[in-house]
Ligand binder design. Structure first.
Ligand code: AMP
Length: 578
């Protein structure tokens, strides 16, 4: 058991809890900080460490042993930059002190009812965890008294300063009575922190954990190069080929988090935004879902994601790199925690390679360039997913009746033929849903990689290459067709493989599509004589000045034989006339 913890001077009560919750080996910061804090009490202390290194226990465990639980007054104050981090610290402290019934920990933060917090504090709380703004508010309302506080812990001090809490922190430290011990934790030591150290601390003991070792060991750093406009599509490819992914996508602005969450959410991905504009209730709800694993990706700003402690994150994805280079480590530190492996994946545009080099140099890490999955990989993964879904689907009661109503329409098909057709329908659905089949990889400096060019031999890029013509067809949504129906129909009637048809734009009364110009000879003629509800179908070049006007059509679900679900054998479809 926690033999190594035993050597640090912690009480039996704490050691028992550690055993129960499965902490066996102290992390480097715990190993160094705990004996210092217990053996030199009271002392000022600086811990240079970031989230994910186990620093909460590094200060929390000795603190719980030093606080006198028999005395109800507030003895320790822990300040944290965000509500989420505050809550997580409090949760850990409550867990660590579960064998000590007299000890109370309370967390207070803005954006939540202050009167409820005031009531909670009245019950006698020895350890208060707080965000600076709300804490100052509570001090001014005399709901909390700092005169007998013995320990003030500033967690993620650099971040609190970044968030503009400098004056609040100053005011709080001024309020704190008789020179409490200050324990300051920070990932970086900018001059503003040094000023705090100089002003309020006396001969602090210092522990620096080798953040490189800790952050690098379990995190693989990767980057992809793509155009800004293709980032979302690229992200979708990753989400598609890794349905087990559970990660955080970092964006620079709140608006970005909302836009991306909406776009992905609208097309069925399990994602949600987390940003500072959301109410506390909304944020809690999102975090709850995320922790329950009912969400693939949390889309967050740096500030909102600060301190998120969710185990087993497989990925951290950087939609845009942070302005401040230090943030990269904070971000990537969300994954690869507590011995788990994780991937930190950066999306850069072709001109941002120097940022990767800078990150490598500053953080002494190395990046590998990876390719954005191809459209084919994405399709195959989604088809597999779809197959799993079919296999695991519970058969609906009505299915039996519907099958009878179909009057044995499928009986002439073998199981394999039926499956192939089902797969084809699904493929068409996916092809059209996906929007782009392009190779999304760009070469550094701006040109498409050779590998990318090769794997990009697909419909859109073939058509985009200039070898295609744009056509008009007088069938539209009014006829009750989808783009997939239309694709089938055009391909069936013309005999041109679907991969040579693309960019279908379906409008109310008509549609436009591209066809590879090596396959479109006499295309218009192939539709000659075909009718929809008595109306002649016309197909001609989009540039044709004699583009026929569409006749008035009554809405009708489906297309004539070929485009409709009732399609028969290939021969039967091709020459069919209305
Ligand atoms: P922190 O850096 O304090 O946010 O901690 C990161 C995560 O590591 C939290 O989920 C802790 O519960 C966990 N953790 C911290 N110390 C240990 C330890 N010695 N053994 C196992 N897990 C730990």
């Amino acid at each position: 058991m926690s033999n190594k913890f035993k050597q640090l001077g912690l009480s039996d009560q704490i050691l028992e809890v550690l055993e129960e919750i499965g902490f066996e080996t102290p992390t480097p910061i715990q190993e160094q900080a705990i004996p210092l804090l217990l053996g030199n009490n009271p002392t000022d202390f600086i811990g240079l460490a970031q989230t994910g290194t186990g620093k909460t226990a590094a200060f929390g465990l000795p603190l719980l042993d030093l606080v006198d639980a028999t005395q109800p007054h507030t003895q320790a104050l822990i300040m944290a930059p965000t509500r989420e981090l505050g809550q997580q610290i409090a949760q850990q402290l409550v867990a660590f002190s579960k064998n000590n019934r007299d000890l109370r920990v309370e967390v207070v933060y803005g954006g939540s009812s202050i009167s409820a917090q005031i009531r909670a504090l009245k019950k006698g709380v020895q350890v208060v965890v707080a965000t600076p703004g709300r804490l100052l508010d509570l001090i001014r309302r005399k709901a909390i008294h700092l005169d007998r506080v013995e320990y003030v812990i500033l967690d993620e001090a650099d971040e609190m300063l970044n968030m503009g809490f400098k004056e609040d922190i100053d005011a709080i430290l001024e309020h704190a009575g008789d020179m409490p011990a200050i324990w300051l934790f920070s990932a970086t030591m900018p001059s503003a922190i040094r000023k705090i150290v100089k002003k309020y601390m006396e001969a602090p003991l210092e522990v620096v954990v080798n953040t490189e070792e800790i952050s690098n060991k379990d995190i693989t750093h990767q980057y992809v190069v793509t155009k800004v406009a293709n980032k979302l599509m690229a992200l979708r490819r990753f989400l598609d080929i890794m349905p087990e992914m559970r990660g955080v996508l970092f964006c620079r602005t709140k608006r970005e988090t909302e836009q991306i969450a909406k776009e992905l959410g609208d097309i069925g991905y399990n994602v949600a935004a987390l940003n500072g504009d959301m109410s506390q209730g909304q944020r809690d709800q999102v975090m709850k879902q995320f922790k329950r694993r009912s969400m693939q990706l949390l889309i967050a700003t740096d500030v909102a994601a600060r301190g998120i402690d969710v185990k087993d994150l497989t990925h951290v994805i950087h939609h845009t790199l942070p302005d401040q280079i230090e943030y990269y480590t904070h971000r990537s530190g969300r994954t690869g925690r507590a011995g788990n492996k994780g991937i930190s994946l950066v999306f850069i545009n072709p001109r941002e390679k120097r940022k990767i080099t800078e990150l490598e140099r500053r953080n002494k890490i190395s990046f590998e360039q990876v390719q954005i999955p191809s459209h084919e990989q994405m399709l195959s993964s989604r088809i597999n997913h779809w197959a799993d879904l079919i296999i695991n689907t519970k058969v609906h009661e009505q299915a039996h009746l519907i099958l009878q109503e179909l009057h044995g329409q499928f009986t002439h098909l073998t199981k394999e033929e039926l499956l192939k057709r089902l797969i084809s329908t699904q493929l068409d659905h996916l092809l059209l849903q996906d929007g782009s089949q392009e190779d999304l990889n760009e070469m550094l400096g701006g040109k498409r990689s050779e590998q990318g060019k090769r794997s990009g031999a697909n419909r859109d890029s073939a058509l985009d290459g200039g070898g295609s013509n744009r056509y008009f067809i007088n069938i539209g949504t009014i006829d009750g067709v989808t783009r997939a129906d239309l694709l089938h129909f055009i391909s069936d009637v013309s005999g041109v493989d679907r991969k040579f048809i693309g960019n279908i734009s379906l409008q109310k009364n008509c549609a436009y599509f591209d066809m590879d110009n090596t396959h479109d000879r006499g295309l218009g003629n192939k539709f000659r004589g075909m009718r929809i509800e008595g109306r002649k179908i016309r197909v001609n070049l989009d540039t044709d000045p004699k583009k026929p006007k569409r006749g008035k059509a009554r809405p009708r679900p489906g297309l004539p034989e070929s485009g409709n679900r009732k399609r028969k054998g290939k021969k039967g479809r091709k020459k069919r006339k209305g």
